[in-house]
Design a protein around this ligand. Structure first.
Ligand SMILES: [Zn+2]
Ligand SMILES: [Zn+2]
Length: 107
């Protein structure tokens, strides 16, 4: 992960590994999710599987987080004629991989 953490608390939550849940969205201990595809941070909504609320500032240190590349990516996909359902698939796959050991990302 090329990500630079804004503070130790963020680092702690993003790097913590759960031995029970292999999907962060299933783990009640996981509260922050980093989507490397979109370069965005979110607070995990455990009531709604696979979803998170985008955050622009770190909840702990208050520093500005990187701007989400979601819009850019969406525009890019649209240009190539790829639609939303496919994007959703990407997101779900991303969630599954997020605790994996740095899977190769073909882009
Ligand atoms: Zn921070
Ligand atoms: Zn867990």
């Amino acid at each position: 992960m090329l990500l630079k953490y804004c503070c130790d608390t963020m680092k702690f939550f993003l790097e913590q590994k759960c031995e029970i849940h292999n999907n962060v969205f299933e783990c009640p201990d996981a509260i922050i999710y980093y989507n490397k595809k979109f370069d965005e941070f979110g607070v995990i909504i455990h009531a709604s599987e696979g979803e998170y609320i985008l955050i622009n500032y770190c909840p702990w240190c208050g520093r500005k987080l990187p701007d989400s590349k979601r819009e850019l990516l969406l525009a890019e996909l649209e240009k190539r004629g790829i639609n939303e359902p496919f994007l959703h698939m990407l997101e779900n796959r991303e969630a599954d991989e997020s605790l994996g050991s740095g899977n190769s990302d073909k882009q």
